[in-house]
Design a protein around this ligand. Sequence first.
Ligand code: CA2
Length: 142
Amino acid sequence: MKKILIINGPNLNLLGKREPGIYGSSTFETYLEKLREAYPEAEIDYYQSNHEGDIIDRLHSAGFGEADGIVLNAGAYTHTSVAIADAIRAIRTPVIEVHISNVHQREEFRHHSHLSPAASGIIIGFGLESYRLAVESILKKL
Ligand code: CA2
C-alpha cells in the first residue's frame, strides 16, 4: 500500500472555522475522511503544525522511506522559509506543494514561493481539491 503524508503548516488548523470566503467551510479533518474513503488503496497520514522546525522534523522523519509521497501546504512559511526549502531538497521522498487559494490572485508577497523550485510539483487554487489532485498525482506516478 502506498503511503502518503499530508503536512499542513501554520493556521491551517483553523480551516472551516475562520475565513470561509477564502479557504472554504470544511475542516481539514472532515475533508481528510472523504479523501481516505476515495483512496482506500493508499494510506494517508496527516500532520499539522504551526512551528517551522516541527514541519522540518516531520519532513526528515518521513522523507527517507516512511512515505512514498508528501503533500505539503506550508501556509505562510511558503513565502518565507529557506529552511523548509532546504529540507525538501535534503529528503528523498518527492514533495508536492499545494495551496488552497490562488496565491497569484492575492497580495504580491504571496506570489513568491521558496518551496516551488524544490518541489516535484505544485498545485494551486483548487480549494481543498488541491490536496486530492496532489494525492492523485503521487498515486499515478508510483
Ligand atoms: O492558499 C493556501 O493554501 C495558503 O497556503 C494558505 C496560507 C497563506 O499564508 C498562503 O499564502 C496560501 C494561510 C493559511 C491560513 O489558513 C487559515 C484558515 C482558516 C482561517 C484562517 C487562516
